[in-house]
Design a protein. Structure first.
Length: 255
């Protein structure tokens, strides 16, 4: 069963190689950059137990509602999606006011509807997609039938996601960090749910002191250089193994 969310750094294409790399003796997999759940849901389907960590309330609202009461999330999402005034104006209002609603299921439903109506799956910003081709009765019904009993999501109150990585001290880490960039303009933009900012050099230093982890990154030659002492497997956009020269994704393993 795939994740109900679109995009949001979804690395589910790496499921096969990740399962091959993680020894079966590890009963629990920890995911400190949890958001879309694409890879984590697939790992649970293959028999793994996964704990995802997020420091974004919006992510926690959606997943807590989906995992614990999918029927209520479906009903709230269905009501919003079929509201007679659910148009472009409402879409942008929801972007601004999504966190103001007191009910968790309503906030989770707004998160879901924004994700399905946004052109690139973004929630906190992004362009309205008038065709609504990703928000229909078929996609909504998948909320109601969603089950992932061995997936658990934990909210960690912190402004620094690297603290989550530091504090996971046992079992196995599966990490899907945000895209690496050393551009001046990139550092000047704010850290938001869809494009969180981390210090990749500091993150690397944290991982150097840990064992049993896998990194799944969008390809960058800088990262290849940074992690050159570890096993690196390169993939194209369809998650077929390739050479570094043609890579768009990379899996870095310390197993």
């Amino acid at each position: 069963m795939p994740t109900p969310l679109r995009f949001l750094n979804d690395k589910s294409g790496a499921t096969k190689i990740v399962n091959e790399l993680i020894p079966r003796e590890f009963e629990i997999i920890h995911s400190p950059f949890f958001c879309s759940g694409g890879l984590e849901v697939r790992l649970v389907e293959s028999g793994r137990k996964v704990i995802g960590y997020t420091h974004f309330h919006q992510v926690m609202d959606f997943w807590n509602s989906l995992l614990n009461n999918p029927e209520l999330l479906y009903e709230a999402s269905h009501a919003i999606a079929h509201h007679p005034f659910m148009d472009e104006k409402f879409f942008y209002n929801f972007q601004k006011e999504r966190a103001l609603y007191p009910d968790e299921h309503t906030r989770g439903a707004i998160f879901y509807v924004l994700n399905r109506l946004s052109k690139y799956g973004t929630v906190t910003y992004g362009e309205y997609m008038e065709s609504k081709k990703y928000l229909n009765d078929v996609s909504l019904s998948k909320l109601k039938s969603f089950r992932a009993p061995d997936l658990h999501v934990s909210y960690i109150e912190t402004n620094d996601v690297l603290k989550i990585v530091e504090n996971v001290t046992e079992d196995f880490l599966i990490c899907q960090p945000p895209r690496y960039s050393d551009g001046i303009l990139d550092h000047a933009t704010p850290s938001v749910l869809e494009r969180p900012k981390i210090n990749h050099e500091k993150y690397f230093e944290i991982l150097k002191n840990k064992s049993n982890w896998i990194n799944i990154y969008e390809y960058s030659p800088k990262l290849s250089e940074m992690y050159n002492d570890y096993e690196i497997i390169y993939f194209n956009k369809n998650w077929h193994k390739t050479t570094q020269e043609h890579a768009t994704e990379m899996v870095i393993a310390n197993v």
